[in-house]
Design a protein around this ligand. Structure first.
Ligand code: SF4
Length: 317
């Protein structure tokens, strides 16, 4: 098997570690921020219920400042995260990660204040997690402005390209809307990381492979592959308790991920292949707590199958 070049640790996929060391010349960590932005899928604009797997807010984020004082709130959160990270890795870089809620949704001046507050902390980059249906003209203008000032990544939670599944999970928009948002980001040269989820209700192996194939064809800057977690106090948890949802086994998940990677171009950074669910709320599948075994299992399966990222694309050339 030929050597896979986008890795420094002998992996067969383009690791985030490789990307960060190549782009920043050092290890880079994300400082997670809750800027207090809501989500149109929760506040009634699109729906009230939210995606069926989503907990309203994680308790992880730092509290203590009024949400009206958005600038200080964000600076405080980043500085706290920096101290935590630098204590262990003093020479690392920091990316301000607007993670909670929909971070391009809200008053444009508030968004601007939030992004500029992050920039004022001397971060190495900014990542903004959002929905593809929240990328209007003013937001795009602002994102383009921020993109000129730092290394910006916009993270889009697609989950699946299957519109039937999108209805089941209550995503609130079809794939065509995702494509429009994605294309607008590319027109503005904004690096985009697409999130997909394996194990969504109603989806089989072929659906998940099809999502990877379709997203792979877009050649995004990054992809995060998640496992669907059943968390406490979510509609998905109710489905699970009623026996209407069965999570993937570890072996199934690994086999799917290995096949999906074959359809993703080697230049796309695989920013994640396991979820980092909040252990306090996780109901199932409990095997996902052991990230090392999922990562190791993926390496092992790739090696057994002589598989690597982009393999299917090479074969089709
Ligand atoms: S779009 Fe994101 S924040 Fe909004 S309900 Fe879905 S998962 Fe939750």
């Amino acid at each position: 098997m030929k050597e896979f070049i986008f890795t420094m640790d002998n992996k067969k996929y383009h690791t985030l570690n490789y990307h960060n060391k190549t782009v920043y010349g050092k290890r880079v960590f994300k400082a997670s921020i809750d800027a207090g932005f809501d989500c149109p899928n929760r506040d009634g604009s699109v729906s009230n219920g939210g995606c069926i797997f989503c907990r309203e807010k994680s308790a992880y984020f730092t509290k203590g400042y009024s949400s009206d004082d958005i600038k200080n709130n964000i600076i405080m959160q980043i500085e706290k995260e920096k101290s935590r990270i630098f204590e262990k890795y003093p020479d690392s870089g920091i990316i301000a990660y607007f993670q909670a809620g929909t971070n391009t949704y809200g008053d444009i001046d508030k968004l601007k204040t939030a992004y500029y507050a992050a920039l004022s902390c001397g971060v190495d980059g900014i990542s903004i997690a959002t929905r593809a249906d929240c990328l209007g003209d003013k937001v795009m203008e602002l994102l383009a402005e921020i993109n000129n000032k730092t290394k910006l990544t916009v993270e889009l939670g697609l989950q699946t390209v299957n519109d039937n599944t999108a209805v089941i999970i209550n995503r609130g928009y079809p794939f065509s809307v995702f494509l429009k948002g994605y294309e607008r980001l590319q027109e503005n040269n904004i690096r985009t990381c697409v999130h997909i989820i394996n194990g969504l209700p109603g989806e089989g192996y072929e659906d998940m492979i099809n999502t990877a194939k379709t997203v792979g064809k877009l050649s995004p800057g990054g992809i995060k592959i998640h496992l669907l977690h059943v968390n406490k106090d979510t509609p998905l948890c109710e489905m699970y308790n009623r026996g209407e949802y069965t999570p993937l086994t570890k072996e199934e998940y690994i086999d799917i991920v290995v096949k999906q990677l074959e359809y993703i171009p080697p230049e796309t950074v695989i920013e994640r292949i396991t979820g980092d669910g909040d252990k306090r709320y996780l109901i199932a599948p409990l095997w996902s707590r052991d990230k090392i075994s999922v990562l190791g299992g993926t390496d092992k399966r790739q090696s057994e199958l002589k598989s690597f990222q982009g393999k299917a694309l090479e074969e089709n050339e």
